[in-house]
Design a binder for this molecule. Structure first.
Ligand SMILES: NC(=O)c1ccc[n+]([C@@H]2O[C@H](COP(=O)([O-])OP(=O)(O)OC[C@H]3O[C@@H](n4cnc5c(N)ncnc54)[C@H](O)[C@@H]3O)[C@@H](O)[C@H]2O)c1
Length: 333
C-alpha cells in the first residue's frame, strides 16, 4: 500500500503520518493493520506546516517528503502516480484568517482539491480520502447533524471546505472516482499551531499571559483528540464505502467558557487571566455531530477522554517549548 498524504506536515496530517509509520503515542485500537510500504507527504510548508512535526519519523525509509503546492498541476501530476491511496489534509485551516483574507482559502481548499482530484482520476488512484469538517453544516441550536444534512457554511473557511467537500463527492458521482469524505469536529492535541484555541490558551498561560475569550463564551464545540480523528480517518480509508460521508466526533461538547475553565485548571491559573474580546464575525453558535454511522458501520469510538487528553496535551506543550516558542515569536503573515 503506497499512500500520499497532503498536508502531512500540519497538525492533523503529521499525526496521521506518525500513526501510520508506527510511532507510539496513542491508543492503537483501530489503527489499520496494513502498514504502508511507502508514504509520500506533499506539503507546501505554509506558516502552519512544520517539518519538526515529522521529526519522529524522519529516518523511516518509507517516508518521502515533497515540498510543493497542491494547486500546481504539473507537480501534482508528477507526485500522484504510483500511489494507491491519497489522503487529503492540506488546507488553509484557520477561520479567523479566512475572515481577514479569503483568497488563499478558496485557492488552496477549492482549486487545490480540484487539482488533486483531476490527477487522481488521470492516474487511476485507488482511493481518495477527503478530510472535511463539521463546520460545513453551519450552526445547530439543538440535536446533531447526520451525514445527509444540508450544508450551510457561514465563514469563508467553511464555505471553501464545503466547496471542496462537494467537489470530491461530485468526482465520485460524475467520474466514479473512489472518494470517501470525513467530516470531523474540533481537534486538539500535540503539534497544533498555537493560533488555535487550545494551544493558544495553553501556551499563553504557560508564559504567564492572558487568554482572549470570544463574546459570552457560550459557543459550543465537540472536542476530539487528534489521534482519535486519525484512527477514524484510517478506518474510513480502509473500510469506508465509496461515495459516502462519515462523521468523526469526540462525543464531548463544551462551551468555550467550560473549555477555558478546564485549561485554566490544567495550567494552575485563575479566571483573572481571561480577557473577554469582541465576538468573532459570523461566529457559529454550536456544532454537534451524530457519529452513529461510523460507529455502527466501521466500529469507531473515541478512545481518549477529554480530561485525560487535555491533561496530556497541556503536559506536551509544557515539555515542548522548543517546538512552539519559535512559532509564537515568528510573527507569521
Ligand atoms: N484542526 C481542526 O480542528 C480540524 C477540524 C476539522 C477538519 N479539519 C481539516 O483537517 C485538515 C488538516 O487541518 P490541520 O488542523 O492539520 O491544519 P494545519 O493548518 O495545521 O495544516 C495544514 C497543512 O497543509 C499544508 N498546506 C496548506 N496549503 C497547502 C497547499 N496549497 N499545498 C500543499 N500543502 C498545503 C500546510 O503547510 C500544513 O502543513 C484540513 O483540511 C482541515 O480543514 C481540521
Amino acid at each position: 500500500m503506497r499512500i500520499l498524504v497532503t498536508g502531512g506536515a500540519g497538525f492533523i496530517g503529521s499525526e496521521y503520518v506518525r500513526m501510520l509509520l508506527g510511532v507510539p503515542g496513542g491508543d492503537a485500537a483501530g489503527v489499520p493493520a496494513q502498514a504502508p510500504t511507502a508514504l509520500t507527504v506533499l506539503d507546501k510548508l505554509t506558516y502552519s506546516g512544520n517539518l519538526a512535526n515529522l521529526a519522529p519519523v524522519r529516518d523511516d525509509p518509507r517516508l518521502r517528503f515533497v515540498r510543493g503546492d497542491i494547486c500546481d498541476p504539473a507537480l501534482v501530476d508528477e507526485v500522484v502516480p504510483g500511489h494507491d491511496v491519497i489522503v487529503h489534509f492540506a488546507a488553509e485551516s484557520h477561520v479567523d484568517r479566512s475572515i481577514t483574507g479569503a483568497a488563499p482559502f478558496v485557492t488552496t481548499n477549492v482549486l487545490g482539491t480540484q487539482t488533486l482530484l483531476d490527477a487522481a482520476l488521470r492516474h487511476g488512484a485507488g482511493r481518495f480520502v477527503h478530510v472535511s469538517t463539521d463546520e460545513v453544516y453551519g450552526s445547530i441550536d439543538s440535536g446533531s447533524w447526520t451525514e445527509n444534512w444540508p450544508l450551510s457554511p457561514n465563514s469563508p473557511y467553511s464555505a471553501s471546505k464545503a466547496g471542496s467537500d462537494l467537489l470530491a463527492l461530485a468526482y465520485h458521482r460524475t467520474h466514479g472516482l473512489d472518494v470517501v469524505v470525513t467530516r470531523c469536529s474540533n481537534n486538539y492535541g500535540p503539534y497544533q499551531f498555537p493560533e488555535k484555541v487550545v494551544p493558544l490558551f495553553v501556551t499563553n498561560l504557560l508564559d504567564g499571559g492572558t487568554v482572549p475569550l470570544y463574546g459570552d463564551g457560550g459557543n459550543v464545540r465537540d472536542w476530539l483528540h487528534v489521534h482519535d480523528h486519525c484512527r477514524g480517518v484510517a478506518m474510513v480509508q480502509e473500510k469506508g464505502r465509496a461515495g459516502e460521508v462519515y462523521h468523526i466526533g469526540g462525543g464531548t461538547e463544551l462551551t468555550n467558557r467550560q473549555l477555558t475553565e478546564r485549561l485554566l485548571a490544567a495550567c494552575g491559573a485563575g479566571w483573572d487571566r481571561v480577557v473577554p474580546v469582541t465576538d468573532r464575525k459570523g461566529h457559529d453558535r454550536r456544532y454537534s455531530l451524530d457519529i452513529t454511522k461510523i460507529s455502527s458501520e466501521l466500529g469507531y469510538a473515541p478512545s481518549i477522554d477529554l480530561d485525560r487528553g487535555l491533561a496530556e496535551t497541556v503536559r506536551w506543550y509544557r515539555d515542548n517549548r522548543a517546538w512552539w516558542e519559535p512559532l509564537k515569536t515568528a510573527g507569521h503573515p
